[in-house]
Design a protein around this ligand. Structure first.
Ligand code: PNS
Length: 161
């Protein structure tokens, strides 16, 4: 039974994230989406809202769990009995930060392995930050996020169409 922990701030969960959860489900028996606090970011959705939206977005997928995590990622990995961390890589620009995190996590816990997966090309330029910006500026954000997220984002930003 192999379990992977997919951590992130998911503010909000995008089609790129969903793509990765689906891909991970083909390789692992259990995929845990760990909704975390990123000290460098101020989310617009609460932890509870983010967890609920991911649950709704992944409702059709089996063996996917969504949990809120806090503290060090390596401690959550151990507590949840996960075998590896999953992170998405979209572009070269992601690489430096991801490499740093993966190496730091392995330094904190020797057995902490990070696996990187790439989303499909059409999701490669999607990021939570850009989706929020497009939505705020009146653009068409709905095609980049699962339906429950599109509804919630429209409401949250007062830009429902
Ligand atoms: O989606 P994000 O914001 O890029 O996710 C970053 C996240 C939440 C995975 C990262 O900030 C994290 O692991 N936070 C938990 C605290 C921790 O362990 N920090 C050291 C990681 S190198």
């Amino acid at each position: 039974m192999k379990t992977v922990l997919y951590p992130g701030s998911f503010d909000p969960f995008t089609n790129g994230h969903l793509d990765l959860v689906e891909r991970a489900g083909l390789l692992f028996d259990r995929v845990i989406v760990g909704v975390a606090v990123n000290a460098a970011k101020s989310p617009i959705f609460t932890m509870q809202e983010r967890c609920d939206l991911i649950r709704e977005s992944c409702a059709a997928l089996e063996h996917v769990e969504v949990v809120a995590i806090d503290g060090l990622l390596v401690d959550s990995l151990e507590r949840l009995g996960a075998d590896a961390v999953l992170r998405g890589l979209r572009a070269f620009s992601d690489f430096e930060y991801e490499l740093q995190m993966a190496l730091l996590n392995r330094n904190l816990k020797r057995q902490c392995e990070t696996i990187f997966m790439m989303p499909t090309l059409k999701n490669s330029f999607v990021s939570s930050t850009l989706v929020k910006e497009v939505a705020r500026l009146g653009g068409n954000y709905q095609e980049y996020v699962p339906m429950p997220v599109a509804r919630a984002l429209g409401k949250k930003l007062g830009v429902e169409k």
